[in-house]
Design a protein around this ligand. Structure first.
Ligand code: HEM
Length: 510
């Protein structure tokens, strides 16, 4: 008995000092990594990535990063191996097309597993050649000329949105959880554009198959875990769980994946039936899936196979729903918070109809929406002051290092900019960059050349859709949805926030 106590005491007397020494060595090594200790930042951030994990987990990372840049300058160390840049010059160096900096380990955390394989999505992949091939295969479907054909799909969902709003809220006087309602719209419209079929959130007025709850859950997981990607390899993408997934013991496929799979099976069956009937194989649905199948037909290498199309369509629903819903909500939020801007926008719309500049149609066409400069300014200002992606867009420097803002940054360093930080640069957007003022985007005929130069600098500093070769593929689609829905909705309904503790609730009146 005595001897056991004696042995365990001596064991712990060895273990604890060794453990403490190992941790101290690890922290000191982290602190001095690549000489990044010369850059300012929170001390805890320079020692371990747990500081960033905690900051992101608290969901207000963008405010913390803004504050840090305001206090410490253009380069801030956010982790032992992570630097955040606030100077607009950094955009070209980090995201410039010629630089080709790869994505950091944050991104594979965003990828899903199916049949024991991590699905290489366009958004998440770190393999630059694979990315270039996949982007080439799908880019035609996202070009401005192709977007026009999706307008009919957007019209269908917008009509459902307006009709259901009338039926459920305006005519009943019930209040509406508008953020959720817009999420329903964004999900239904992106699936309608992709497969010519809505999931049916608006029709059923519910979170079908728990898709939105699932999305919330995975984003809550991915954002903080992405700060320490090793955790994902331990918690989700470890060999045992991947094997269990392969043999069907774990099914982590989402409602979105199931919906996508079902649509793909339907479409392939339709194609087979058409082929058997001797008809043109690709039926023109005027949706993204049709465009992808066209592209597959032209691809002689077999690269763009059915499984890659499926990965693409599933990830579009994920990448294009929440981001659009956040941006739409933010537009309404800022209009409601700024009644004089709201009135100006409504007046512009009414004047345009009264003067015959645009027809008095229920749903505005894309081309008519482009005749409303104040609407355009309100949307641009919202995307500036409330970009949907609030985390830093991380890239990895090449082995030889790279110069950013006059500093030689060593190879293998995670470098990034944050849209929230860049969009509030006073020398670019003006001294009042912290407030919502759509007028900053408007030029008059007599505006001096300096104002025009400032406007182009403002446009070049906007990072809400990312930048370079990894810029948002769906930006034209997102804008199409926004520029149509907002004026069509406001033409028909009056909205008012409820003065209470339910910030998402609004009243809608016809
Ligand atoms: C207002 C709405 C949207 C915002 C603010 C937004 C924002 C972004 C941003 C910032 C990135 C780059 C991320 C990075 O570099 O780390 C991105 C990439 C991407 N977005 Fe969007 N997005 C929106 C809507 C959409 C829509 C509607 C779609 C699909 C139709 C879409 C599909 C994608 C894809 C596929 C990528 C990855 C592109 C690549 O790596 O090549 N997004 N988005």
């Amino acid at each position: 008995m005595f001897s056991t106590i004696y042995q365990s005491t001596s064991f712990s007397s060895l273990v604890w000092p060794s453990f403490t020494l190992a941790v101290a060595t690890w922290l000191v090594t982290n602190y001095f990594t690549k000489g990044l200790n010369k850059y300012p930042g929170p001390v805890l951030a320079s020692l371990t990535d747990w500081w960033r994990f905690h900051t992101v987990w608290r969901r207000k990372a963008h405010y913390s990063y803004l504050k840090l840049h305001n206090e410490l300058g253009d380069i801030v160390r956010l982790g032992p191996n992570c630097l955040s840049f606030a100077h607009p010059q950094a955009i070209k160096s980090i995201y410039g097309l010629t630089k080709k900096l790869g994505k950091s380990d944050f991104y594979p955390v965003q990828m899903q597993i199916s049949k024991g394989q991590v699905l290489q999505s366009l958004f998440g992949t770190q393999d630059q050649d694979y990315h270039a091939k996949l982007r080439k295969a799908v880019s035609n479907a996202f070009s401005m000329s192709s977007i026009v054909q999706y307008e009919a799909r957007v019209n269908e969902t917008t009509k459902v949105f307006l009709d259901r709003t009338e039926e459920l809220y305006a005519s009943t006087g019930l209040t509406c959880n508008f953020i959720l309602w817009l999420q329903f719209f964004a999900f239904d419209v992106i699936t309608q554009i992709t497969y010519s079929k809505r999931v049916g959130f608006l029709d059923k007025q519910e979170d079908v198959d728990g898709i939105i709850a699932w999305l919330d859950k995975i984003f809550q997981y991915m954002a903080p875990i992405g700060q320490i990607p090793l955790l994902d390899k331990l918690l989700v993408k470890n060999p045992i769980l991947i094997l269990l997934n392969k043999y069907g013991f774990i099914d982590n496929s989402s409602g979105t994946a199931r919906f996508s799979k079902a649509r793909m099976v339907e479409r392939l069956q339709e194609l087979a039936d058409r082929k058997a009937a001797g008809k043109d194989e690709i039926y023109q649905h005027g949706d993204l899936l049709t465009m992808f199948l066209h592209s597959q037909k032209q691809d002689k290498t077999g690269f763009f196979d059915d499984s890659r199309i499926l990965t693409m369509t599933t990830s579009i629903a994920l990448a294009g729903s929440d981001t659009t819903a956040i941006s739409l909500s933010a537009v309404f939020y800022h209009l409601l918070r700024n009644p004089e801007c709201f009135q100006k926008m409504l007046k512009e719309l009414q004047d345009a109809i009264d003067s015959g500049l645009i027809p008095d149609s229920e749903i505005l066409s894309w081309s008519d929406s482009q005749k409303l400069p104040y609407l355009d300014a309100c949307i641009k200002e919202t995307l500036r002051i409330h970009p949907a992606i609030s985390l830093n867009l991380e890239r990895l420097t090449p082995p030889e290092g790279i110069e950013i803002c006059g500093e030689l940054i060593p190879g293998g360093t995670v470098v990034s900019c944050n849209p929230w930080v860049l969009h509030r640069r006073k020398e670019i957007f003006g001294e009042d960059a912290d407030i919502y003022r759509p007028e900053r985007w408007l030029l008059g005929e007599s505006s001096p050349p300096e104002a025009r130069a400032q406007l182009s600098e403002m446009k070049a500093t906007m990072l809400h859709f990312g930048g370079g070769s990894r810029t948002c593929l769906g930006k034209h689609i997102a804008l199409l949805e926004m520029y149509k829905l907002i004026p069509s909705f406001l033409k028909k309904f009056e909205v008012r926030t409820l003065p209470c503790t339910r910030p998402h609730a609004i009243s809608v009146f016809s």
